[in-house]
Ligand binder design. Structure first.
Ligand SMILES: [Zn+2]
Length: 150
């Protein structure tokens, strides 16, 4: 019996989709490895939180998203690059991603989560990234809780 052959799919598009939709993308793994080496513990892809955040630090009440520049439409050279093919497919999708993320961040902040969004293009300088992560994870989130406001 011959295996069923799926509908033909544009191989370039499906490869790109796999690359950008993967949960364990290169940029995210870079951040995870660094966090791990710094001794931070986190949970991954909490589905019960708005936006299904990439990295969640429950005891610190912090959340980190790691965004691919193309997939999330970053204002950088890579993010502004127009897709060569299937632009009518990608552009609305990217616009929706941006919108969805903005809504998720708003909801998370309303739930008193402190949110950091890291962009793929900013991950190359490891020293900078390390300082950035430390600053974010150790900063006092009390401005959301209003501890000083009584
Ligand atoms: Zn970028």
């Amino acid at each position: 019996m011959l295996p069923k052959i799926a509908n033909p799919i544009d191989p370039v598009r499906s490869a790109t989709m796999r690359a950008v939709k993967s949960k364990d993308t290169g940029p995210e793994m870079t951040v995870r490895r660094l966090l791990h080496s710094l001794g931070y513990r986190y949970r991954l892809h909490r589905k019960d939180l708005p936006g299904n955040p990439d990295l969640v630090f429950p005891s610190r009440r912090k959340i980190i998203f790691v965004h691919g520049c193309f997939w999330h439409g970053h204002h950088c050279a890579r993010g502004r690059r127009k897709p060569k093919t299937n632009a009518d497919y990608w552009l609305p999708k990217i616009a929706r991603n941006r919108e969805r993320h903005a809504v998720a961040v708003k909801k998370l902040k309303a739930l008193h989560w402190d949110v950091l969004t890291l962009w793929e293009c900013k991950l190359k300088n490891v020293d900078f990234l390390r300082q950035h992560l430390d600053r974010f994870l150790q900063r006092d989130g009390d401005h959301y809780f209003g501890r000083t406001a009584s």
